[in-house]
Design a protein around this ligand. Sequence first.
Ligand code: ADP
Ligand code: MG
Length: 382
Amino acid sequence: METEATAKSSNPREHARAAASLEFRDVSKRYPGNDEPALRDLSFEVAAGEICVLVGPSGCGKTTAMRMVNRMIDITEGDILLDGESVRSRPPAELRRHIGYVIQQIGLFPHVSVGDNIATVPRLLGWDRRRVEARVDELLELISLPSETRERYPAEISGGQRQRVGVARALAADPPLMLMDEPFGAIDPITRERLQNEFLRLQEDIRKTIVFVTHDIDEAIKMGDRIAIMREGGVLVQYDTPDRILADPKDEFVAQFVGLDRGLKRLALSKLGDLSLQAAECLPDGTPVRGHADHHRVVFVDDRRHPVGRLGEDGEPEPVGPVGKPDTSLRDALSLIMSDANRPLVVVDADGAVAGLARVDVIASALAVGNGGHAAREDAAR
Ligand code: ADP
Ligand code: MG
C-alpha cells in the first residue's frame, strides 16, 4: 500500500488503468405512471477509451440513459454491460465508486474545500492519507489549478475552475468510465470552448471511456469519437462518427438537427494537412516574371523557402496574404481564401516553408466523399 502511494508520479499515463468498454443492449425505460417509455430499445457499443456523445433535444432521454449506467436509475428492460459484465451484477454504491460522474455547476460540496472535494472518492475507497494527498496534488496539476486553490471553497473560485475541479473529482480514483452530463452547459461560451479544448487534451493522456451528454450538436461534433443522436420518445436515430453523421445523415430529423451548414461543420473536422495540395512554383524573391500562364501558382520565397510574395495578374509582385498551416481546418482555409479574392491559399509546413497551394475546388471535393449515402439514396428514390 505504502509503496503504491509513494511511487505515484505526476505522469497520468502511469496511472491509467484500462478503460472499460460499454454496451447498451436493448435498453428500455418506463417511469412509473407514464404510459410512454422514456427510452425504447437503446442499443449501442462504446469502445474502451472512446468518447461517446448522447445528443438530442430536451426530454429525449439522454440523462435517463446516462444515469442507468451507474444505476442511479433502474433499467426497466434490457441490460448495460461494462467490460461485458452487467451493471446489475454489482451493488450500486460499489459500482459508482468506479464510475466518474460530472454534472454542470452544482456538483461540488459547497462547504468542503477544493482539495477535500477532489479527495471524496479516494477516501471512500479507504486510501491512506499520503496517497490521497499525493493524488490531489497530481490532479490539481493535471487540471492546471494553482496549488493555493486547494484550500479554497467552491464559491471562492471561478465557474471555469469549479468545472475543472468537478472533472478532477470524477477522475480522482482513476475510474475506467466517466459519465458527463452537460458538464460545460452553464458556462460562458469562451470559457466553455477553453474547457472543451482542455478536456480533449486531457483525454489524450487519460484515454478514459466517456459518455458525454449535451443538447448542443456543435459540442457533440467537437467532443465525440462517436455520436448517438436521439429524438423525442427515447429513440436512437443514428450512431456514427461525427464525419459520417455530417456526410450522411440517416433521415430528415438528423439532417435538420445537424443543420443546413453541415457541409461547413464537416469542413471544420478536416485539416489542410489531410488535403492533397497543388504544387506551388517557388521563385526567389525579386525574380522577374513575364507572361506567366498560371500566375496564381507562383510564390516568391526567401532563402528558407518561407513565402514573401505572390505574382499578380499583371505580372507584378503582390503581398503574400493569408497563409494556411497543416493544422488549419478546411473551414478556416475556405474562409481565408474568400477573404483573399479567391486566390489559392499558400500552405506552409511546420517549419514555415511553402508546402503547396489549396484551391477552393479541392477543398469542396473533400466534401464529396459522402456521396452515395442516405441522402443520395433518398434522392434516387424520388
Ligand atoms: P434529457 O436528459 O434528454 O433532457 P431526460 O432523460 O431527463 O431527458 O427525460 C426523458 C423523459 O423522461 C422526459 O419525458 C422526462 O419528462 C421523463 N422523466 C425524467 N425523469 C423522470 C422521473 N423521475 N419520473 C417520470 N418521468 C421522468
Ligand atoms: Mg438531461
